[in-house]
Design a protein around this ligand. Structure first.
Ligand code: GLA
Length: 381
């Protein structure tokens, strides 16, 4: 990467490399912006940024994937506005850094990513977090502040009203563990996954155009559910506060669609906590069952799945040794995550690829999900 940096910018003096991982969410979908629970793991697929100071006042950003370099006046970051371009992610971060009192110094950046774009494995958060680290260049920032700053970049600059999960796990990921995040307290605990299971993500290779607008609708529908439930239970501030019993009592007050959205969130929070309990006691059958229940709830109540994801889940469940499967991430395309006996993984890859290709004429990409460390500076080779 250093050689590529040198050929691109003419010199690699002062270069440092920063890494931020993508993630797969094992269970707890769309619960983060409802202040509930999620259980992602950071992946070994990550975004790397090589960065060195520049002498001409410019912030230059090159993406290897996009084969494009853009340059900005480092002194005028605050005046920049979103352009609906990939640079909105790093520039949004630069913007938030200046608002938080961290001057963005002139620099040359080279971005390389192994997180597949648009796959629901959180390439955006990996880009945001690695950009923040590259622009901070070792200036200390509290890890939670870092995750929140990157979330603000995505909400305020990119314009996507996301929750905290993706940025949080990119910062707090750990090898050999999933991370249960309480999206209200913003605390977390590491959850060790039982020996004898493997997680494999399968990429539908599609991203339906609906994804962004549907996400916004779901955020609004959840707010409508809170407003309705609050008339019966005034202490409720978010769907996180609603117990299954309260939901049953208040359901009839809600518009039927809004009620289904709320039912997904209320039941999903319960599933995350049961999954963590099962994981800690080695209850792999229960874990698998909860993943499938989560998928059905996202499919029928939250309605963020799609034909390709449903097909992959149904096909996975017919394969020997598969314990559970579900869509992961925002939905409307992207990936499923399946849990299986490690010995089944080889055949799973073959059979799922064959089935998907046969049905949709597309070869899916398949990734082993190995829990990895969170973001940080990379030692130079
Ligand atoms: C996207 C968002 C996250 C989360 C998931 C759904 O990845 O960025 O904040 O809401 O969708 O669980």
């Amino acid at each position: 990467m250093i050689n590529d940096f040198r050929s691109l910018y003419g010199s690699a003096e002062g270069v440092r490399v920063f890494r931020a991982p993508g993630r797969v969410n094992i269970i707890g979908e769309h619960t983060d912006y409802n202040l509930g629970f999620v259980l992602p793991m950071a992946l070994d697929m990550a975004t790397y940024i090589a960065a060195a100071p520049s002498a001409d006042g410019k912030l230059r950003i090159h993406s290897e994937d996009r084969k494009e370099t853009r340059e900005f006046d480092a002194a005028a970051i605050r005046d920049l506005r979103p352009e609906h371009h990939w640079t909105d992610y790093p520039i949004g971060v630069a913007h938030e850094l200046t608002l938080a009192g961290f001057a963005v110094e002139p620099a040359n950046l080279l971005i390389r990513s192994t997180v597949p774009d648009g796959s629901g494995l959180s390439s955006s958060a990996a880009l945001e977090v690695s950009s923040a680290l590259a622009m901070l260049r070792g200036r200390p920032m509290d890890p939670l502040d870092l995750a929140r700053l990157c979330q603000r970049a995505e909400r305020n600059f990119v314009g996507m009203p996301c929750g905290i999960m993706d940025q949080y796990i990119s910062v707090f990921g750990r090898e050999h563990a999933a991370v249960e995040i309480d999206c209200r307290s913003l605390g977390h605990r590491y959850v060790s996954l039982p020996d004898g299971v493997a997680f494999v993500a399968v990429n539908t290779m599609v991203k339906h155009a609906l994804a962004g607008s549907a996400y916004r609708n779901r955020v609004a529908e959840c707010a409508a559910a809170v407003a309705g439930i609050k008339t019966m239970f005034p202490a409720v501030e978010s769907l996180r506060d609603v117990s299954p019993e309260q939901f049953q009592a208040a359901e009839r007050l809600l518009d039927p669609v809004v009620a289904r959205r709320a039912r997904h969130i209320v039941t999903e929070d319960v599933r995350v906590n049961r999954f963590v309990g099962a994981s800690e006691s080695g209850g792999v059958e229960v874990m698998g069952k909860l993943m499938v229940e989560s998928h059905r709830s996202l499919q029928h109540d939250y309605e963020v799945s799609c034909e390709e994801l449903d097909f992959l889940v149904d096909a996975a469940l017919t394969i020997e040794g598969v314990l559970g499967s579900r869509m992961t991430g925002g939905g409307f395309g992207g990936c499923t995550v399946s849990m299986m006996r490690p010995a089944a993984a080889h055949l799973f890859r073959q059979q799922i690829a064959q089935a998907y290709q046969g049905r949709f004429g597309i070869a899916p990409r398949i990734y082993d999900c190995n829990p990895s460390a969170g973001a940080g500076e990379q030692p130079l080779p």
